[in-house]
Design a protein around this ligand. Sequence first.
Ligand code: GLN
Length: 500
Amino acid sequence: MTNRAEKAVFKNNLLHLTLAEARHGLEEKKFSAVELTKAYLNSMEQHRHLNAYILETREQALDQAKESDARLAKGEGRPLEGIPLAIKDLFCTKDVQTTAGSHILEGFTPPYESTVSENLKVAGSVILGKTNMDEFAMGSANITSYFGNVVNPWKRKDGKDLTPGGSSGGTAAAVAGGLALAGTGTDTGGSIRQPASFSGVVGLKPTYGRCSRWGIVAFASSLDQAGPLTRDVRDAALMLKVMAGHDLKDSTSAQVEVPNFEKALDLGVGGLRVGIPKEYRLEGMSEDIMKLWERGKTWLKEAGAEIVDISLPHTKYSLPTYYVLAPAEASSNLARYDGVRYGLRVPGKTLDELYENTRSEGFGEEVRRRIMIGTYVLSAGYYDAYYLKAQKVRRLITQDFELAFQKVDVILTPTTPSAAFALDEKPTDPVVMYLNDVLTVPANLAGLPGISLPAGLSSEGLPLGLQLIGPAFDENVLFRTARILEEAAQFKSFLEGQVS
Ligand code: GLN
């Protein structure tokens, strides 16, 4: 155990441990899974004002922790035995309400478990509850949730409440604030990496197909991907190992081997070529972020990497392409919420009226906007002009990356164009809100893996993330490069900031 971990255990501050440290502590019997779980349940109770959870599954968590202790006593611990996790409320959980942050799914209790959450359970983890999120994962600030916005544990110097980012903002706030040791998110256009960046935690979007989408409420099926939010890079490797794998129930999950990602962590970056795409240098991007990006380059160079300037010429079309394709797929996926089969039903005189009433009342404003845009771009007469065109541009964006990865091994960029904004200063123009995704969306369109790690603070004292993008199914290059950046950045997490 590291010095820091010894100290945390000694001070009985179990909330400060990383997943790897907690696993070690459990194996060494320094504390029990029930003690660890209770520490988290208490912390959740004390921080309900953050609104990170839609549902807490306290009894189930304690039962799982007891089972973990029994297994640990017999020396039969599984890979995540006794580790308390948060699950984004987009993952269906058997017999446990799953809402996707929407009124329309309020009260929906799935009779099945998503493959990813099942994998985590089978690995011995303890599920603390279902985390808050933007409705149907549409958003970048966690303000479209029917269950109210999430508050970032970080505060700006002026003391204002900040967004944790979105859509996986509940998990991000929980991991940052000590309300979960790690958790799951989903990323369709940035929803793991952007909240990770805003909340000072690590967030990984794996390659499309790396994790099964089965049992995850669908937003845009060709872009959605599950991934972990964690305290450090090693924990992301440990989580992904368990979450990933081919699944017969999802034909888009890839039949590729899941490597032992942890092994890549210590490979270093000697000889790696790191690409810096000039198109990610955005007009109006804050000085703090530009400086951090420069620092990231220096850190990698000092560790033996070669920095190479590259161009991804179609980057400027990413956002418009995404905001045609994602709503198109969403409008089709969300057609199933008709008041007959799931959750909310608002009666009407006729069947059509029942559909209309349920959908008008059940969906929030942003979701309705996306359905309208999606229906429009798919309608006869506009399909070719918008949807088909966007598909073609998506191909060009993917090709940009394919060409770039002939020259470099990994790409380094900032994660977001700004730090977390105050909840009362949120953009009211949806298009301004969409700009949050400008640096994360291209990896989704190309199906590539991306990681965000906290690497520094803004002048306001808020966390800023650096993003790494790798070739398909090469999460290992992300892990080894991210480890070097993490080591160099020595970022102090929210919880560490609390003790000093
Ligand atoms: N913010 C983006 C959107 O609103 C991405 C969301 C996501 O990745 N789920 O669509």
